[in-house]
Unconditional design. Structure first.
Ligand SMILES: NC(=O)c1ccc[n+]([C@@H]2O[C@H](COP(=O)([O-])OP(=O)(O)OC[C@H]3O[C@@H](n4cnc5c(N)ncnc54)[C@H](O)[C@@H]3O)[C@@H](O)[C@H]2O)c1
Length: 319
């Protein structure tokens, strides 16, 4: 039995506690940001409004504080959205703990000063001297995980033994874990698939979407290699695996569908998805300045077309 702290009481952080608890670990969850999640997780019933279930009674809610991070945990899991990474990086920097960290967050960050794209683990390592960071990615809708639908995900760490140790304490019959040393490839794929899910969603027939799917994989392979990940990782769970689930049903492909129907990004967002976070859009705004400057546009034509649509609010033309 290990002591696990999950930081982030959103859909994914909360869902992730289910396999952890099932493996007889002592699991605590904390929420540093959202009043709504704090209210729900600290209530007796632990009803989670995005997951639409009562979370297990065994799950312990802890108020977020720097002192909480100082307590002895065997594993700290970060399940905040990309916006929370700077915050948690600063919190962890204050401490000199060596606790292994597992990151569920997907995304990339553009560091303007160095004109460099950083993965989340690179961004955290910059701040957090412990360096013991693994990432978990792959096709895993939070809503399906809480219902114990079988899925496979991948944990990456250059030190594969640490990844395997984490896998051992969290895997269940329905939560199957693979391992990889290619931490950069896994992180790049899991972030850019949100952009390609939008592109595939824009296809207005299965035929069109299928050909966009195939072209998306070629671009993902190119980008993964460019950022020094392994091309083959694109064909794994963090790449094609996660792309399928995002393209088949998710907020990115839903937005893509509106773009494919001829709506501009702003009008589709306002009309159909005013309260939804579209992670692919956020990533476009984050990485476009770098990609447009540094990358051969002919190698990623679909991505460039989506940039134009989102940044300049133009109609999406994929032909
Ligand atoms: N939902 C899924 O099925 C799923 C699956 C796999 C991975 N993920 C990844 O997990 C991450 C979280 O996704 P989610 O679905 O739980 O999102 P969510 O919106 O349900 O929760 C977001 C979490 O981030 C916190 N947060 C938001 N803005 C913050 C800020 N400025 N500072 C500090 N904390 C902040 C929120 O309070 C909450 O804990 C994302 O990166 C997502 O890609 C989600």
């Amino acid at each position: 039995m290990k002591k696990i702290l999950v930081i982030g009481g959103g859909a994914m952080g909360s869902a992730f506690t289910i396999p952890c608890l099932e493996n007889k670990n002592k699991v605590s969850i904390t929420e540093p940001y959202s009043k709504n999640f704090i209210k729900e997780l600290s209530s007796k019933k632990k009803y989670h409004s995005s997951l639409q279930i009562n979370l297990p009674k065994k799950l312990k809610f802890r108020k977020f504080s720097t002192n909480l991070l100082r307590e002895k945990f065997d594993l700290i899991v970060i399940a905040l959205s990309l916006k929370g990474i700077d915050f948690i990086g600063k919190e962890l920097k204050k401490l000199k703990i060596k606790t292994p960290i597992l990151v569920l967050t997907k995304g990339l960050k553009y560091e303007k000063k160095k004109n460099k794209i950083l993965t989340i683990s690179e961004q955290l390592k910059k701040n957090y001297n412990g360096m013991n960071i693994s990432v978990l990615k792959g096709p895993c809708l939070a809503k399906e995980l809480v219902r114990k639908n079988q899925t496979s995900v991948i944990i990456a760490n250059k030190n594969i033994k640490i990844a395997q140790w984490i896998g051992n304490i969290i895997s269940t019959k329905y939560y199957i874990i693979e391992f990889s040393k290619d931490i950069i490839g896994v992180e790049v794929c899991s972030a850019i698939k949100n952009i390609y899910a939008m592109i595939i969603g824009a296809g207005q027939s299965l035929n069109t979407s299928s050909s966009l799917f195939q072209k998306s994989i070629i671009e993902m392979k190119y980008l993964t290699k460019y950022f020094k990940g392994k091309e083959l990782t694109t064909l794994g769970l963090a790449g094609v695996g996660d792309l399928y689930v995002s393209a088949a049903g998710g907020r990115n492909s839903k937005m893509g569908n509106y773009l494919g129907k001829g709506f501009t990004f702003k009008s589709a967002k306002k009309k159909f998805m005013p309260k939804d976070t579209v992670e692919g859009e956020q990533l476009v705004r984050e990485i476009a300045p770098f990609i447009l400057k540094k990358i051969n546009k002919k190698k990623v034509p679909l991505m460039i077309k989506l940039f134009r649509t989102i940044i300049n609010n133009k109609k999406l033309i994929l032909r």
